[in-house]
Ligand binder design. Structure first.
Ligand SMILES: NC(=O)c1ccc[n+]([C@@H]2O[C@H](COP(=O)([O-])OP(=O)(O)OC[C@H]3O[C@@H](n4cnc5c(N)ncnc54)[C@H](OP(=O)(O)O)[C@@H]3O)[C@@H](O)[C@H]2O)c1
Length: 249
C-alpha cells in the first residue's frame, strides 16, 4: 500500500501561533498535559506560558514572535526543529479582531487585519510545509477560523474576509496536499476572550437569542475538536468544523 493510502499518523510536535492567552493557551495546555511536544509563540510570552514551560521543561518551547514578521516566525520554526526535530503539525490560531463598521475602519487597520489573520498564516504554512514535505514527512494542519467566515456580522467585515479566506485556503490545501497533510479548520462561534470582549450586551443578547442552547461556546468545547484533528486516526480533510451550538443554522 502506498504511504498516501495509510492514515496520516498522529502529531508528535505541534506548533501553535497566538498562544499567550485565550483559545491558543487552552490548546497548548491541553496538548502538553497529554505528552505532546508543543512549540508556541505570540508577541508576548505570558506568565501562564512561563508556568507551563516550568512544569513541562522537556515538552515546551515558547518564544516572543510577531507572526507578521516572516523572518522571525521562520527562525522560530528552525529553533523548534533544532530542539524537537521535525514539526509535524501546525495550528494557525493567532489573529486580531475588529469592532468597527467597514466605512469607519482605517485602511491601515484593514491591512493589518489581513496581514495578521490571512497573509502571515499562509506564509508560515508555506514555510512549514516545505520543510515537512522536504523531509518526506506527513502532518496535520488546523486553521482556526470563525463562524464569521460563513455568516455575516456587522463590524467584522475585514475580519470575516480573512476567516472566509482561510477556510477557502484550507479546502484547496487539502486538495493540493494529496493526503500527505490533513488540512482542516475549526470555525467557532463567539466565545469569551480578550478578542470578543469588545462585544456589547446588545450584540451578545442577539447571538444568544439565535443560539438554540441559549449559551455561548467555550474554549473548552473547541479544544477537543482541535485535539481530535491533530491526534486521532481520522480521514477528516478539507473541512471547516463549526462549533457554535447551532447559532448560525
Ligand atoms: N473569541 C471569539 O469569539 C472567537 C470566535 C471565533 C474564532 N475566534 C478565533 O479564535 C482564535 C483565538 O482567538 P481568542 O479569542 O483566543 O483571541 P485572543 O484572546 O485575543 O488571543 C489572540 C492570540 O493571538 C496572538 N496574536 C495576535 N496578534 C499576533 C501577532 N501579530 N503575532 C503573534 N501572535 C499574535 C495574541 O497574543 P499577543 O497579543 O501577545 O501577540 C493572543 O495570544 C483567533 O483565530 C480568533 O479569530 C475567536
Amino acid at each position: 500500500m502506498s504511504d498516501e493510502l495509510t492514515p496520516v499518523p498522529p502529531a508528535t510536535t505541534v506548533l501553535i501561533s497566538g498562544a499567550s492567552r485565550g483559545l491558543g493557551l487552552a490548546v497548548v495546555t491541553d496538548l502538553i498535559e497529554r505528552g505532546v511536544r508543543v512549540a508556541a509563540f505570540a508577541r508576548t510570552v505570558t506568565p501562564e506560558l512561563d508556568n507551563l514551560a516550568a512544569r513541562f521543561p522537556d515538552h515546551a518551547h515558547f518564544g516572543p514572535v510577531d507572526i507578521t514578521d516572516a523572518a522571525a516566525s521562520q527562525a522560530f520554526v528552525k529553533e523548534v526543529e533544532a530542539r524537537f526535530g521535525v514539526v509535524d503539525a501546525l495550528v494557525n490560531n493567532a489573529a486580531v479582531g475588529q469592532d468597527s463598521l467597514h466605512v469607519h475602519t482605517r485602511v491601515d487597520r484593514i491591512e493589518q487585519i489581513i496581514e495578521t489573520n490571512l497573509t502571515a498564516p499562509l506564509v508560515l504554512t508555506r514555510f512549514w510545509l516545505r520543510r515537512l514535505l522536504g523531509k518526506g514527512r506527513r502532518g496535520r494542519l488546523v486553521n482556526v477560523t470563525s463562524i464569521c467566515g460563513q455568516r455575516g456580522y456587522p463590524g467584522l467585515v475585514a475580519y470575516s474576509a480573512t476567516k472566509g479566506g482561510l477556510d477557502a485556503a484550507t479546502r484547496s490545501l487539502a486538495r493540493e496536499l494529496s493526503g500527505r497533510v490533513l488540512a482542516n479548520a475549526v470555525a467557532p462561534g463567539f466565545f469569551a476572550s480578550e478578542m470578543s470582549a469588545v462585544l456589547g450586551q446588545t450584540q451578545l443578547d442577539a447571538i444568544l437569542r439565535r443560539t438554540p442552547s441559549g449559551r455561548l461556546t467555550t474554549p473548552e468545547e473547541v479544544v477537543p475538536v482541535i485535539r481530535m484533528l491533530l491526534l486521532d486516526d481520522t480521514n477528516i480533510n478539507g473541512q471547516s468544523i463549526v462549533i457554535d451550538g447551532a447559532g448560525s443554522i
